[in-house]
Design a protein around this ligand. Structure first.
Ligand code: ZN
Ligand code: ZN
Length: 273
C-alpha cells in the first residue's frame, strides 16, 4: 500500500499525455470506469488525459470516449505491432484517416517502429504504416505520436526523409542525451514516463537533463510502466505524481514550475483544452 504522503496532489495541474484506459492489466485488475479514473486523477492534479489508440477498435473507442468526457482527448492509429499483423492494412489505415478528422482527435498515434517485438519480415508493413500515419498527421495538421522501440535510427531517418509534421512527440522517450539533442535540433517533443524513476535509467535521466524546457512532456502509458515506488501494481494516471516529482528532481526545478511547464507544453501539442 502507498503511504498517504505519496498521494499529495501536485503543486499545479498536469496532463497525462499518453494512456490506455481501455487496456486491463491482468484479469484481476480491470480498468476503472472512465469517470472514476478521471476523478481519481483529478484529485491529485492530473486534470486532462490523452487516450491513445493502437488499432481500429481502440481508436474508435478513444474517439468515442473523448466525445463523451470533456477532460479526455483522443489520438488514433495502428500501433506498429498491430500494423505488422494486420491482414487488411490498407482498409485499417483508411479508417484511421477518417477518425483523424474528428475534432476531439488531437493527434495521430501511436505509430512508429518497434523492432523489439517484430520479426524482420514484418518490418515492411510497419514502415508502410508509419509513413501513412505521418501523411495523415500532416494532412490534418495534427501531431504524430511516435512509438519507438529499439528503432531510434530508423525512426529519425523516416521522419527526416519522409517529412515530419509540425509537431512530433516521442512517446515514452527512451533515447540518451545524444538523441535528446537530435530531437531538440528538430523541435521534436520528448515525453518522459515512469521509467525516469527506475534505478537503471541513468541514460534516460541524462537525456531529461539536457532536453529543452519547451520540448518536455510527461505520460503514464498506463496500465504499463508503473513508476517507483508503485512498481508491481497496474499503472494509472494517479501515479503520474511520482513521475512529475522525479522530473522536478532530475531537472532541479521546483515542482510547481515543472507542472506549469508540462501543462503548457501539452496544451501546445494537444490543445487548446
Ligand atoms: Zn508505445
Ligand atoms: Zn502506449
Amino acid at each position: 500500500m502507498s503511504a498517504p504522503r505519496e498521494l499529495v496532489p501536485l503543486a499545479a495541474p498536469v496532463v497525462d499525455t499518453h494512456c490506455h484506459l481501455d487496456i486491463a492489466f491482468g484479469e484481476e485488475h480491470v480498468v476503472a470506469p472512465v469517470a472514476q479514473a478521471l476523478a481519481d486523477a483529478r484529485a491529485v492534479g492530473v486534470t486532462k488525459i490523452i487516450q491513445v489508440g493502437c488499432d481500429v477498435a481502440s481508436s474508435e473507442w478513444a474517439a468515442k470516449t473523448a466525445a463523451e468526457f470533456p477532460d479526455v482527448w483522443a489520438t488514433v492509429a495502428l500501433h506498429p505491432n498491430a500494423a505488422a499483423h494486420d491482414p487488411n492494412l490498407e482498409a485499417s489505415l483508411a479508417r484511421i484517416a477518417q477518425l483523424a478528422e474528428l475534432p476531439q482527435v488531437r493527434g495521430i498515434g501511436e505509430t512508429g517502429l518497434d523492432y523489439y517485438r517484430t520479426e524482420e519480415a514484418l518490418a515492411t508493413a510497419q514502415h508502410t504504416s508509419f509513413r501513412a500515419h505521418i501523411d495523415i498527421a500532416r494532412a490534418n495538421n495534427k501531431p504524430v505520436i511516435i512509438h519507438d522501440r529499439d528503432a531510434h535510427e530508423d525512426v529519425i531517418k523516416t521522419l527526416l526523409e519522409h517529412g515530419a509534421p509540425d509537431k512530433v512527440v516521442f512517446h515514452c522517450f527512451s533515447g540518451d542525451a545524444e538523441m535528446a539533442k537530435i530531437c531538440a535540433e528538430n523541435g521534436w517533443f520528448m515525453s518522459f514516463s515512469g521509467v525516469v524513476t527506475f534505478k537503471n535509467a541513468e541514460n534516460l535521466r541524462a537525456a531529461l537533463r539536457v532536453a529543452p524546457d519547451e520540448l518536455i512532456l510527461t505520460e503514464t502509458d498506463s496500465p504499463f510502466l508503473t513508476p517507483a515506488p508503485m512498481r508491481g501494481n497496474p499503472n494509472s494516471s494517479v501515479n503520474l505524481i511520482h513521475t512529475v516529482r522525479a522530473i522536478s528532481q532530475v531537472r532541479d526545478a521546483p515542482e510547481e514550475e515543472i507542472c506549469n511547464l508540462l501543462y503548457a507544453n501539452a496544451a501546445r501539442v494537444f490543445g487548446p483544452f
